[in-house]
Design a protein around this ligand. Sequence first.
Ligand code: 13P
Ligand code: ZN
Length: 269
Amino acid sequence: MKSILENRPQLAEQIADVAEVAGYLWQKGWAERNGGNITINITDVTDDEIRQKPAISERIPIGRTLPHLKGTWFFCKGTNKRMRDLARRPMENGSIIRITDDCSAYEIIADNPVKPTSELVSHLSIHNYLIGKGSSYKAVFHSHPIDLVAMTHHQPFLKKNVLTNILWSMIPETRAFCPRGLGIIPYKLPGSFELADATIEQLDEYDVVMWEKHGVCAVGENIMEAFDMVDTLSKSAQIYLTAKSMGFEPDGMSQSQMQEIKEVFGLPG
Ligand code: 13P
Ligand code: ZN
C-alpha cells in the first residue's frame, strides 16, 4: 500500500522527527508499554490531494466542539501503541486525522485506521487553544519521565513555582531553555475533559506542565523543541536527585544569578 508520506518530503520529515523523539522517549525509560502520546498539527503541509482524501474510519466524536480546529489535520500516536514501535514504524502506530467541518468529530484519513491516543481530548483542546491565541506552536506531547513524576509525589513541590525554582536553579541551561518554567496540575483522571481544561488553563503561563503523579505535557513550535524543554527539566531533576542521594541538599543558583541569566538572555516573563 502506498503511504501518504510518499512524495511529500515536508510531511515525511515531520513524521520522521516524531519517530526520532519516540525513540528517545523509549531509550530514556519515559515510555513503558504504551505510555505517552504525541500529536502534530500538519495542516501547513497538507495539499489538495490530502484535503480531498476520503475517510478510512467512521466519524468519531471528540466529545466537545473545538471551533479553531476547522480545516485542520493532525498526526496522532495510536492509543495503546508503543513509543518504541512508533519510532520504527510511525504510520503503523499512528494515523492522520482531519477534523470534521462542524469541529466536533474527526475522521482518520491515512495510512491505517489506527484509533488516536486516549488523551486526544487534551491534545485537541490544546491545539484549539494554541490556534485560538494565534500561536505558531504545532506540537503537543505527553510522557512519563521518572524523575519529574517522582517529584510530583511530594505536596510541598506542588505549590506554585516551587518546582520551577528548584529546577531552574540546578543548571543555567534550564533557566535559559525552559524560560516559562513548569506548571502543576493537581491529579485528574487520564483522558478526562477535566484534565484537558486544567492543562489549557496552565498553558497560558507555561509551555511545560506536570500532571500530578502521572506525567508531563509540553507544547512547542515542533516536536524537537517540546522534547528538548522536558529533557532539560529532567536533567535538572537528575542533578537535584543525585545531590540528595549523595546526602546533601543542593545549594542551587541564587535568585540574583538566575535574574542575571534572564537579563543577559533576554528571557520572557
Ligand atoms: P495512549 O496509549 O492511549 O496514548 O495512552 C498513553 C498514556 O500515557 C495515557 O496517559
Ligand atoms: Zn500518560
